[in-house]
Design a protein. Structure first.
Length: 733
């Protein structure tokens, strides 16, 4: 096939694709040709195929200039850069690359949700700039349990829904017609969908009907606590309206992988911390781009060998219009009025796949959705197929204010018992809400306010009045403090970890100890998944790439696919199990290591961490810090994980031998790391600050507004229970 001319209209999207095309065909790279009219005049007769992508395809003008053009193969799913009507008119076949990029795009949608709500990129910059040394990062927003609305419930939309469900997110959707085989709540209008969700995801095809489907009315319905995620096409969104809503605070945030005039991005977005900006990298992983390239090559080879196309997006019936009774169409194109009128003998249209809006409403009574079958009997009408509801119409309901957007009320009711005489020592700054509640219910002493030693403080403020200590992962209650407080009865930790409390001394002295488990499980598990996606998909690095203006000069490099990667978890407690459940929704196999095998776990067990690291690509540290787990991640474990592996630490900094981790990353012996904790916080090894394959968080695993309030409520309730001589809610000792 070397004599066949193939014109690539887009900038070379993939070195592998270029290499394979040049091996098989005569390849012309249109993007780099200076005198395009002269080139086309000289070579138009030899060009029989065009390869494009989401940036440049084949418009009517180009198609008319190529008299021997037979096929247009798109290195993307979207076909909005190809004049399909002109291709149909001239009998030119069209293919695209569906399915293979579904996982990557859905993964990125979840990554954007987590990155926006948990401020992954902003807090990464906070660490790298040294600001953490001056104070803790602010609280962010919880992801688990947030309602997700999806526009377009095709392959990608369904994949997004499946992943979001693993985070306990209620799912709703909008398409032109309701899907009768889907369990999710359907809204007949985008405005109503936006009003009833926290996160709105654009995952539909770009058509004239969906251009600017996200307008001012939709944005206002989503509201100042809502987040917009666009993994579709830039023109889906009225960009000036989006920018003004973000700048004015009428919209809570946005995660954008596509823009109206790529690679140009509105400069007003660059200064906003509640947006994450990616350079159109939805399918930009090494693994997926190779699969897409193989599909492009396979379709071209099939066409020029007179074999069936692998992924036809447009079938041509011109030569068979009087014999065609059944049309099998890819739902990216569907069956519009023109196609139906062109086939007078057509009795049945059937199809399956991504789009739900491609049947002509006048020619076919009803919508067109996955596995639906329509037959004509006089006029077109829907046939009941495999139990689907034959009624194609939906009823519109009056818009109601969703209950989830009403003001949150506390889940715990305080007893109201007067305990102002009881002294409570708070060891370090925590949440304002916790401080306020402690001051309301007790006689609160804030240790950091007194510029003196513990001994001097106790002399001044009579240590015998202090009957409770509230600590956290920074300062708890060590032996010295406990010995200094003769009336101490209880230590309440506003965290799960207890490594800052001398448990042995507490037990000896009969001092009760509580912590805050469960309430932070979701947040920490969410952050673990966010860190995995952040490292593999280089979310923070590519956000910086866009903000710096570099995208105008060149595309961002390919990254690594997350879906399907083996995940190993050190410690399968509440948090480890929650991480496993989320990772399973991404098609990941799960294994784990703990001191003993868990009888309830249906995952592969390894008795030591080295074997676990050798058999996974993602190693997550989620165990408690003890003498046995101190530096459990050492050089041997890191080398077992290897240069394609990544380490995620949401446990404690001392779980990892930090100098060994830094040297492995610098030397390329480890592929990457996502770190929320460090050995000597807030100090972070300088060797990490310049690396693009790490994501650095300032110990914010549970630091969302929702969870901080729930943890504070638990601390207060444990103290009240103790001093009321009632059972503790979360006793450790």
């Amino acid at each position: 096939m070397e004599s066949i001319g193939v014109l690539m209209t887009c900038p070379p999207p993939n070195p592998y694709l270029i290499e394979q095309l040049e091996k098989r065909f005569t390849l012309y790279k249109f993007h780099s040709i200076p005198d395009k009219p002269n080139f086309l005049n000289s070579h138009k007769a030899s060009i029989r195929a065009v390869v494009g992508n989401a940036t440049a395809g084949a418009d009517a003008q180009l198609i008319d200039l190529l008299p021997n053009l037979e096929i247009v193969s798109s290195f993307s799913v979207g076909l909005d850069k190809i004049d399909l009507a002109k291709c149909k008119e001239k009998g030119i076949k069209v293919t695209n690359t569906p399915d293979v990029l579904t996982d990557d795009v859905a993964d990125l949608a979840l990554g954007l949700m987590l990155a926006v709500l948990r401020r992954l990129c902003e807090s990464d910059r906070y660490v790298r700039s040294g600001q953490w040394k001056k104070g803790d990062y602010k609280l962010t927003t919880k992801f688990s349990g947030k309602s997700v609305g999806i526009i377009g419930l095709g392959r990608i939309g369904m994949a997004v829904a499946k992943r979001a469900e693993a985070f306990s997110c209620p799912i709703s959707y909008h398409t032109r017609t309701e899907k009768s085989d889907v369990k999710y709540k359907y809204y007949p209008s985008v405005v109503e969908l936006a009003a009833n969700c926290h996160i709105l995801v654009v995952a539909c095809a770009l058509t004239e009907e969906t251009r600017h489907i996200i307008n001012r009315e939709v944005i206002n319905a989503l509201g100042p606590k809502g987040v917009l995620i666009n993994i579709g096409r830039g023109p889906h969104v009225d960009e000036p309206e989006l920018v003004s809503a973000l700048v004015e605070g009428r919209l809570g945030g946005a995660g954008l992988d596509v823009f109206q005039n790529e690679p140009h991005v509105p400069e007003e977005l660059f200064g906003l911390e509640n947006v994450v900006l990616l350079p159109h990298v939805g399918s930009g992983t090494v693994e997926t781009r190779k699969e897409m390239a193989d599909l492009v090559i396979g379709n071209l080879e099939a066409h020029f060998s007179n074999k069936p196309l692998l992924t036809p997006a447009l079938q041509v019936f011109d030569n068979h219009k009087h014999t065609t009774h059944t049309a099998l169409v890819d739902t990216t194109v569907g069956a519009d009025a023109e196609l139906m009128e062109a086939l007078p003998k057509l009795d049945i249209v059937t199809g399956f796949g991504v789009r739900v809006d491609k049947m002509d409403p006048e020619k076919c009574r009803g919508g067109f959705c996955e596995n639906d079958l329509y037959a004509r009997s006089g006029r077109w009408k829907k046939v009941d197929y495999e139990g689907l509801n034959s009624e194609p119409y939906v009823n519109f309901q009056k818009l109601k204010k969703p209950p989830h957007k009403q003001k949150r009320t506390l889940s715990l009711k305080f007893s109201g018992i007067v305990m102002k005489s009881i002294g409570v020592l708070m060891t370090s700054p925590m949440y304002k809400y916790l401080e306020q509640q402690l001051e309301t219910h007790f006689n609160l002493f804030k240790l950091w306010h007194y510029n003196c030693s513990i001994t001097e403080f106790l002399k001044t403020h009579r240590g015998n009045t202090i009957r409770a200590v509230v600590g956290n992962t920074t300062i708890g209650a060590d032996a010295e403090l406990i010995e200094s407080l003769p009336s101490l009865e209880i230590v309440a930790s506003c965290s799960v970890g207890l490594d800052k409390i001398d448990l042995r001394m507490c037990e000896e002295k009969g001092i009760r100890v509580t912590n805050t488990p469960d309430v932070l499980t979701d947040d920490v598990a969410d952050l673990a998944i966010g860190l995995i996606l952040g490292v593999f998909r280089r979310i923070c690095a590519s956000d910086s790439y866009v903000r710096s203006g570099k995208w105008k000069d060149a595309d961002f490099g390919l990254t690594t696919k997350f879906s399907g990667k083996p995940v190993g978890i050190v410690g399968l407690g509440r948090i480890g199990t929650a991480i496993a459940q989320r990772a399973e929704a991404f098609g990941c196999s799960i294994s784990y290591s703990s001191r003993s095998q868990k009888p309830f776990a249906n995952y592969k067990f390894y008795s030591n961490v080295i074997d676990l690291a050798s058999n996974c690509q993602i190693l997550v540290v989620a165990c408690a810090l003890t003498e046995e787990t101190h530096h459990i991640i050492n050089r041997e474990v890191i080398d077992a994980l290897g240069p394609k592996g990544i380490l995620i630490n949401i446990g404690r900094g001392a779980h990892v031998d930090e100098p060994e981790l830094v040297s492995a990353l610098l030397e390329g012996r480890l592929g990457g790391a996502g770190l929320d904790v460090y050995e000597t916080e807030p100090e972070v090894p300088e060797g990490l600050l310049g690396l693009g394959n790490v994501v650095l968080q300032p110990h914010v695993g549970s630091d969302t507004v929702e969870t901080s309030e729930a943890m504070a409520d638990l601390v207060i309730s444990n103290l009240q229970a103790h001093f009321s001589q009632k059972p503790l809610l979360t006793p450790v000792i």
